[in-house]
Ligand binder design. Sequence first.
Ligand code: WT7
Length: 652
Amino acid sequence: MSIDKDNSSSDINFTSSHLKISLDKSTFQIKRAQSLQNIEKFWTEQAKNLVWNKYWDKTLEWNPPFAKWFVGGLVNASINCLDKHINSEIKNKAAIIWEGENGENITLTYYQLYQKVNQFSNALKNLGIRKGDRVTIYLPMVPELPIAILACSRIGAIHNVIFSGFSSTALVDRINDAKSKIIITADGGFRRGNIIELKKIVDEAIINTPSIQNVIVLRRTGNHIEMRGKDVWWHEIIQNQSSYCEPELIESIHPLFILYTSGTTGKPKGVVHSTGGYLTHIYSTAKWVFDFNQQDIFFCTADIGWITGHSYIVYAPLMHGVTEILYEGTADYPHPDRYWSFIEKYGITILYTTPTALRMYMRYGNEIPNSFNLSTLRLLGTVGEPINPEVWMWYFTIIGKEKCPIVDTWWQTETGGIMISHCTGIDIMPMKPGSAMFPVPGVDLAVVNEEGNTLPQNQKGYLVIRKPWPGMLMTLWEDDGKYKNNYWKFQNYYYFTGDYAIIDDELYFWLLGRSDDVIKISGHRLGTIELESTFISHESVAEAAVTSKPDRIKGESIIAFLVLKKDFVESDQLRKEIIEHIRNNIGAIATPNEVYFVDRLPKTRSGKIMRRLLKSVVSGLTIGDTTTLEDGTSIKEIQKIYNDLNDIIKNK
Ligand code: WT7
């Protein structure tokens, strides 16, 4: 493998040890070009790799912007993840190897997982859960989390997983929007040696969630909790349940799950994914990107509370019958060596993680990863945010020892599965550190200007998706209007991703961050407007403006400017209180890094917050291109606002 260090784009070629690949004649580019000639035909072929109870009548029904894939087809996700394997040679193979934060571990074979899922499906049915009902899941990263998800999918209940780091207010919003009948939680979860009292958070939440009929509680920590009227223990409700539950026949277009994500509006959006299209997309992309084989030990470090965990921990790896590692804790607790030690301990072959985790590990130096045997690795992946070329190089050399291809995968909660990546299962292509490379087959991406017209190569613009794809969200839960407004503002029904991108001379895609009011903290998605509303909900805050600035580890960090109500005086104590308020109302991931008190917010004459100006000030950039968009406000005025804010930041 050669690295051309003099070349500014520093392509990394696998060509020295492989045959020479000409970019446009590679198997990959040919396959991609063919797929785009007829996407319906292409995806029909892919869908046939799944187990269907009944084939579909129509591959795609496209009533823009609503897509229905494999209409008339019947397909069950749990059959594809479990039943399919139990009459095969992998019946007794490890499906999940779970490692707890305190070093405990549990291995579940495909057959054992199958039995547990069946049992829990029966328990859910016994509590009155039926096809179409919503089930909220609020669990730490323990095997019962995928078990609960798969049980829902078996009986056709729509799961709604909420990341266990979210607060009770976040739970209330999501449960009420989805009108869940049941919430599944635990007596607690371990996080950095502490117990997070999940049950208490749920108790607080369900006072305000009338739809909840029962709370299922998993015993995890042994922590003392109070059991109330609606509460039932997980271990009690599965007692005496048969280890077989007849799977429901599920229409391909029946929702498999709702997953809430932050956007440009105040409230999180309930992204709805279908069953047949979604499963087809993630099954196919897992094959192309990770090139799964039966010897693989796959470790995706995401939390199942996010889309990465749904698609590439729960569903795709199990559909492919690989063995995967599930880890309860964080990357650096109790030591900053967790991922490397697991690679050695379990012989992991594929690591799929975030740039934030890699930046954190890089800071501790090379000695730690060098002290572990990482030779089993064959492929490295990243997701969630752009990866800096230096971090990419570190991953490639120190972790992959220059022998593992890297897959930098770009996608979103809404896309269901990977959309841009190096497809190592199709072709190993020359890599460019920092580029996510090419759209996967069967998806059509482009970069356009404000008017929605396709831009020439090498010009920065908005990344859009020009044709429907099977993993595409169906809508936002019970809000078709918001779905239309959020994603379909461009002509010709081009899906608006919210990202900036460039396509280079050789058709490589480079992702350049968000173009909207969404920020990515450690790869997690938060909306500035959602944050501002939460600030304002504190009794002392009259107005709030939130922006972000680059952060060496987390990618971005949150900066807030607040105007206090008349009767409140700024103080460090008040600042702490407000930060605590954010943590309690969203979760620890939303903790602001800096909070400034100001007399008034930087606004244009028409009253809009000058977001670009804020970004320039906090990032130490010049006023430069912020001037163009501020309607009617003079450069002088803007300069003054900029200087005032700059003083406040400097004098803090
Ligand atoms: C946003 C989606 C995809 C699952 C996890 C995040 C950013 C995601 C990359 C990447 C550059 C990336 C984009 C995207 N993003 N992957 N490889 N390179 N940026 O899902 O929380 O829905 O966030 O994450 O900005 O729009 P999400």
